[in-house]
Ligand binder design. Structure first.
Ligand SMILES: Cc1ncc(COP(=O)(O)O)c(C=O)c1O
Length: 381
C-alpha cells in the first residue's frame, strides 16, 4: 500500500460491532468483565488500552512503517516514556538544537535523576562517536530541528548506533512520515508531537511513539501504562482524523514553505533564512537524500538589523499569520523562539546555538500563498 492510501486505510478497520466507517469515540474508562479478571474481550481499563486509541495506534504504526504505535497525552509524555527505559548512570547523546521542552526535560528533570546528557552537533560523526562509552544507552535527534532547521543524517547515525548497540530515537515532528521515515533509515524509535502535523488542526495536544521491534514496543507500553501518560479517546479520534489528510496538507505546507523561504531570501530586511530546501542550507545534501517529496512548512529567519525590536514589531503586525506557540496546523503561525517556545533554554546556551533575539519562526500553513506573502510584506513595513 502506498503512503497516500495508508493514511486513510493502513491498519484501519470499520467498527466491527456497528459497521461505522470511522471508529466510535469509546468514551469509557472501564470495560465489563464476565468473571473477576476475565474481561469480555481484550479491554479492561482505558489507561492500558482503549479501542479508539488502539485504532489510532495501529494507524500510526502503519504510516511510519513500524509494528507498534503508542499514543500519548502529549509529545513530551511520549518522550518521557522513552526516558523511563534509562536508569541513573546511563548517558544520552542528544542533538544540540532541540525543542525547548525536550531540552528542559533532559536538563532539568532527568539530569537531576542521575542521567548524563551530551548535547552535540550531529554532523560531526567523529566527535559524536568519541563520546560513546559503556554507559551510553540512547541517541536522541530531532530532524529538522526546532527552530534552526538543522538536520541529522539518520542513516549515518544509525550505522554508529548499531555498531555500539545503542537505542536511537528520532523526533519526526517537523518532517512527518510523508517526507521522512526514520525506522526505514535505521532508527529504533520515532517520536511525534502529534499536536502538530499529525493532528494538523491546532485542536489537540497529543504525542506518539512508533517502533519496529516488538519487545521494545512492549517495554514502552509498560512505561506508558505504568506512569499514565495515555491519550484520551476523543483526542485519539481527532489525531486519527487528522492523519487522513496528512499527505494533502504536508504537500501544500511544503509548496507554501518553499515560496515563503524564497520571499524571505530576497527581502532587504532579512539576514539569515533557515529552510532545508535552500541550496545554501548547510545540510541541504542531507535534506535532499532524506526528505523525500519536499522540505516542510517550517521557516525561520533573522533580521539584518539584528534587533529584537524589529522581530517583535513584525510579530505584532501579522494578520493572516497568528502570533502563537505551536506549529503544523492548517493555519499559519508566527513565533518568537527566544521569548516563547524556547524561553526555557538559558540565555547563554540559546545564544551559543544560534537562537538569537531577532529570530522569528514561521509555521507556514495551507492558506493561499498570495495572502501569506502579502501579510508578511505589510508586517515588514
Ligand atoms: C519538535 C517538537 N518535539 C516535541 C514537542 C513537544 O510536544 P507537545 O507540545 O505535544 O508535548 C514539540 C512541541 O512544540 C516540538 O516542536
Amino acid at each position: 500500500m502506498k503512503f497516500n492510501t495508508k493514511v486513510i486505510h493502513g491498519n484501519q478497520h470499520h467498527d466491527p460491532s456497528t459497521g461505522a466507517v470511522m471508529p466510535p469515540v469509546y468514551q469509557t474508562s472501564t470495560f465489563v468483565q464476565t468473571s473477576p479478571g476475565v474481561p469480555l474481550n481484550e479491554y479492561e481499563y482505558s489507561r492500558a488500552a482503549n479501542p479508539t486509541r488502539t485504532a489510532l495506534e495501529q494507524a500510526l504504526a502503519s504510516i511510519e512503517n513500524g509494528t507498534r504505535g503508542l499514543a500519548f497525552a502529549s509529545g513530551l509524555a511520549a518522550t518521557d516514556s522513552v526516558m523511563k527505559l534509562l536508569k541513573p548512570g546511563d548517558e544520552v547523546i542528544a542533538m544540540d538544537d532541540l525543542y525547548g521542552g525536550t531540552y528542559r526535560m533532559f536538563a532539568r528533570i532527568y539530569q537531576e535523576y542521575g542521567i548524563k546528557f551530551h548535547f552535540v552537533e550531529m554532523t560531526d560523526y567523529a566527535k559524536f562517536e568519541s563520546l560513546i562509552n559503556a554507559n551510553t544507552k540512547l541517541v536522541w535527534v530531532e530532524t529538522p530541528t526546532n527552530p534552526l532547521m538543522k538536520l541529522a543524517d539518520i542513516a549515518e547515525i544509525a550505522k554508529i548506533t548499531k555498531k555500539h548497540n545503542l537505542l536511537f530515537a528520532v523526533d519526526n515532528t517537523f518532517a512527518t512520515p510523508y517526507l521522512q521515515k526514520p525506522l526505514d533509515l535505521g532508527a529504533d524509535i520515532v517520536m511525534h508531537s502529534a499536536t502538530k502535523y499529525l493532528g494538523g488542526h491546532s485542536d489537540v495536544i497529543a504525542g506518539a511513539l512508533i517502533v519496529k521491534d516488538e519487545a521494545l514496543g512492549e517495554k514502552l507500553h509498560f512505561a506508558q501504562f505504568a506512569t499514565g501518560g495515555t491519550l484520551g479517546p476523543m483526542d485519539s479520534y481527532l489525531v486519527l482524523r487528522g492523519i487522513k489528510t496528512l499527505h494533502l496538507r504536508v504537500q501544500r505546507h511544503c509548496e507554501n514553505g518553499a515560496k515563503v523561504a524564497e520571499y524571505l531570501v530576497n527581502h532587504p530586511k532579512v539576514d539569515k533564512v533557515y529552510y532545508p530546501g535552500l541550496e545554501n542550507h548547510p545540510n541541504h545534501d542531507i535534506a535532499k537524500k532524506q526528505m523525500i517529496g519536499g522540505f516542510g512548512g517550517m521557516v525561520s529567519f533573522t533580521f539584518k538589523s539584528g534587533a529584537k525590536a524589529d522581530a517583535i514589531k513584525m510579530l505584532e503586525k501579522v494578520k493572516v499569520f497568528t502570533l502563537a506557540e505551536s506549529l503544523g496546523g492548517v493555519e499559519s503561525l508566527a513565533n518568537h523562539p527566544a521569548l516563547m517556545t524556547h524561553a526555557s533554554i538559558p540565555e547563554d546556551k540559546r545564544k551559543e546555538i544560534g537562537i538569537t533575539d531577532d529570530l522569528v519562526r514561521l509555521s507556514v500553513g495551507v492558506e493561499d500563498i498570495s495572502d501569506l506573502l502579502a501579510d508578511l510584506e505589510q508586517a515588514f513595513q
